[in-house]
Design a protein. Structure first.
Length: 382
């Protein structure tokens, strides 16, 4: 992994279909108090539903001294056109997040922090804690689970009952034992903590309302044989790993139902697989972000998540045993995409229809197209 320069550039990337005024207010105060050698830029990606007032809020933030990049939809589409991929990112989709990732990559930024527009930093050391990703190898508190799975919500003081984050495999939601030790590791990405509430599965949220606003300990790093879901809320990614952090396209239909709301779960597991292959680690913990969740129809969220939930355990069982090729994230991600499209042809069961296999074939193709777009974007770099 490359060594970051002394003056580090941080991009905070989010998408929105609101005016996002509370988001800019929260980060305005944080950046003003931040200090340090780092330059922080906010990349806010609108869609066609985003109101005109969003651009007024961005203009005000710039007038207040923030570095804000907020390309219009036409500007986003023009960028993709110059890269020879005009239809790569659909409209009316959270897949627009890839535009922000691409802009961060093209600018040569050292650290990408992915957030949602309803995620708010909870502490003044928000950026310093995420900068752990650039620290190189050091000793970490490491967890090694007997089952190969660890629940990151164990870091949260959650009441009144135990919860699991979105994307945690259902077959492993049972009591487990984990060995804990201090061991050297090289962190490739850092999902921070969440609070009030953590990003749980829709069916957990609809059944109960546990929440947490504090961490029981500052961090934990996964051993090479231990896995946990990584989503796109409050997650820092080293520049080198952005090549393996494509946000997959949802919207594919299966049995008449749209597959949706699981792009971040797939992207988190895939970048994690590449990191493990390259000898890097995933760190959970600080900094904490408050999730003041936008209004959601939770039963509809569950309906959209169910098709992906039904295949996730099969995909993860394969992913844990996959042997990737390559010595970079770019190479490992290409290897993963090629192996994925072959693996789904061997999976069976009621959910593994030709439509479902088609969904993963499309995903694998777009994963490779993401690598092509990144390669072409080098010509646009400053």
């Amino acid at each position: 992994m490359t060594t970051a320069p002394s003056a580090r550039r941080i991009d905070v990337v989010m998408t929105t279909i609101g005016d996002s005024e509370p988001f800019f207010d929260a980060y305005r105060g944080l950046i003003a108090r931040h200090g340090g050698d780092e330059h922080v830029r906010l990349i806010a990606i609108p869609d066609r539903k985003t109101p005109r007032r969003f651009f007024e809020v961005c203009d005000k933030a710039r007038a207040d001294g923030l570095d804000v990049l907020s390309p219009t939809v036409d500007e986003q589409d023009a960028l993709l056109g110059r890269l020879g991929a005009p239809s790569f990112v659909p409209h009316h989709s959270d897949n627009r997040r890839n535009i922000g990732y691409l802009l961060s990559w093209t600018a040569g930024s050292d650290l990408l922090i992915s957030v949602d527009d309803d995620n708010f930093p909870h502490a003044d050391d928000f950026f310093r804690q995420h900068l752990t990703v650039l620290a190189g190898q050091r000793d970490y508190h490491t967890v090694d689970s007997a089952s190969g799975w660890w629940n990151p919500c164990e870091l949260l003081d959650v009441q009144p009952l135990q919860v699991y984050p979105r994307g945690y495999p259902y077959q492993h939601r049972v009591p487990d034992s984990a060995r804990e030790s201090t061991a050297p590791a090289h962190s490739g990405n850092t999902p921070g903590g969440w609070g009030a509430p953590p990003p749980r599965a829709a069916n957990t949220s609809s059944a109960a309302g546990p929440g947490g606003r504090s961490l029981t300990r500052p961090e934990a790093v996964l051993s090479r044989g231990t896995w946990a879901p990584v989503n796109s809320q409050n997650t820092a990614v080293h520049r080198d790993a952005v090549a393996a952090y494509y946000f997959p396209r949802m919207g594919y239909r299966h049995n008449g139902q749209v597959i949706d709301r699981y792009a971040d779960i797939f992207s988190g597991y895939f970048v994690q697989a590449c990191a493990k292959h390259l000898g890097h680690a995933v760190r959970f913990g600080t900094p904490l972000a408050l999730h003041e969740r936008n209004d959601h129809w939770l039963l509809n969220d569950l309906r959209q998540e169910l098709p992906a939930i039904t295949v996730l355990d099969d995909i993860l069982a394969w992913l844990q045993d996959a042997r990737l090729d390559g010595s970079t994230y770019h190479e490992a991600y290409r290897s993963l995409s090629q192996q994925l499209q072959d693996a789904v042809e061997t999976m069976d069961g009621p959910v593994w229809t030709q439509e479902m296999r088609g969904f993963f074939h499309q995903m694998a193709h777009l994963m490779r197209q993401w690598l092509t777009v990144l390669d072409r974007s080098a010509d646009l770099a400053p």
